[in-house]
Design a protein around this ligand. Structure first.
Ligand code: AMP
Ligand code: MG
Length: 404
């Protein structure tokens, strides 16, 4: 049986970034740039004032120098004439520094009379002037291809005048839940029935990771129904099913995939939870059959589907970040398969502390409650003690984490 490392390598080998599209900048937050962006102009476009004050030529001015004020300039209202040496122009923040001036004195550092100012504080030549091109210059690389656009990048691209950007689109992920026992959320489960909770768990996680989710409903454990509903997912960028991939009498998902031209890449990985996970392709579409047990479904989504999604979305490093943490409690060593333990993290002094979920049962949604990380335990690894340092896979920053 494949190890986690072998299986994730196969997932990444078989997934590539979606073709680039053009998007309005305001719809691009969270998407990944498909090409390097070069500045089309200097920023700032001209020398301008960083303060509300007076602009003048520094020349021989010192504390006590008096300068007549010959005009004023505001942001958006450049001063067109050249300013003679020995005079000053009233200038507000963002206004271009007029020709002839090289220095700005803040309002609070001068004494003003009707038409004159008198410098009250020591000035340095060039002070409070923001120079043309000091932030970026025309032709300069602003952001390399592969950058994930977040607020800071959106602001920078807006300042540089990019109304549209070329990005990898948000992958569309179709999710099909399978099982005769399932009812949709909002319906009252009858005898032997349970709510299709996996759809909601998987959708929430996939959306959080940048997917556009297409729910395909619930397929009965029945060939015809499975085939029909699968068809609706074949146009998506990634197809995901939950349930029906194990060896039970009613586990028919693999056969159903097969009837749609599925090329199997792996079935079963030596992990706990999530052993029956199935991966392959229908044409160029990556297809995952996740196990039905909620914690197994969530773990295999985290371990395999999220990296595939991130690869489709163009992220340079699709694998989950790893963080060194300390154990809040002892943890029993690994068993026959590599184990992944759900847990929560909190900050204590300078270290993150990992508390395993009380209930690790693969059938329980409760094992994921509050969890933001997975602790990998190699097969046959030794028992761990409280306080031991371990490395966890991070799904997201813990609640309350301070990010600078
Ligand atoms: P399966 O993989 O189809 O054998 O399902 C394994 C277990 O997961 C069974 O107890 C199912 O009832 C449960 N299960 C399957 N699909 C879902 C789902 N969409 N939501 C919640 N539980 C599920
Ligand atoms: Mg089932």
């Amino acid at each position: 049986m494949l190890s986690y490392e072998e299986a994730i390598a196969l997932v990444l080998e078989n997934t590539s970034p979606l073709p680039a599209i053009e998007k309005p900048l305001d719809e691009a937050c969270g998407l990944v740039l498909a090409e390097t962006v070069y500045a089309r102009w200097d920023m700032p476009p001209a020398d301008n004032s960083a303060m509300d004050g007076f602009a003048f030529a520094f020349a021989n001015c010192t504390t006590g120098t008096t300068l007549p004020v010959v005009g004023q300039t505001y942001a958006g209202h450049p001063f067109v004439q050249s300013v003679p040496a020995g005079t000053a122009v009233r200038i507000m923040t963002g206004a271009p520094v007029p020709a002839g001036c090289d220095t700005v004195v803040p309002l609070e550092d001068v004494a003003q009379t009707e038409n004159n100012i008198c410098l009250q504080e020591h000035c340095e030549i060039g002070q409070h002037v923001r120079h043309a091109g000091e932030e970026f210059q025309r032709g300069e690389s602003l952001l390399p291809a592969g950058t994930c656009l977040r607020t800071g990048e959106i602001g920078l691209l807006a300042a540089a005048g990019f109304a549209r950007v070329r990005v990898h689109p948000a992958p569309r992920v179709a999710i099909l839940s399978t099982g005769d026992e399932l009812v949709e959320l909002g319906e009252q489960p009858g005898p032997g029935q349970i709510v299709n909770s996996n759809l909601h768990l998987l959708s929430a996680r996939l959306r959080e990771a940048g997917a556009e989710v297409i729910p395909l409903g619930i397929a009965l454990d029945d060939e015809v129904d499975l085939d029909q509903r699968l068809c609706a997912g074949l146009q998506a960028d990634l197809l995901l099913t939950s349930g029906g991939v194990s060896v039970g009498d009613k586990d028919q998902v693999q056969d159903a995939f097969g009837r749609h031209g599925f090329k199997k890449i792996f079935w079963k990985v030596a992990i706990k939870p999530g052993k029956p996970v199935l991966f392959g392709k229908i044409g160029s579409q990556p297809v995952f059959g996740l196990p039905g047990n909620p914690a197994a479904s969530a773990a295999t989504c985290e371990l395999f589907t999220i990296p595939a999604l991130r690869r489709l979305a163009g992220h340079k490093d699709p694998l989950p970040p790893r963080l060194k943490v300390r154990l809040a409690t002892a943890v029993q060593g690994g068993g026959k398969r590599q184990a992944f333990i759900w847990g929560r993290l909190h900050l204590e002094k300078d270290s993150y502390i990992f508390t395993p979920s009380n209930r690790q049962g693969s059938g329980q949604n409760r094992s994921l409650q509050g969890a933001c990380s997975l602790l990998p335990l190699l097969a046959d690894s030794p028992d761990l003690k409280e306080g031991d340092e371990v490395e966890v896979l991070l799904m997201r920053l813990p609640d309350g984490a301070v990010v600078y």
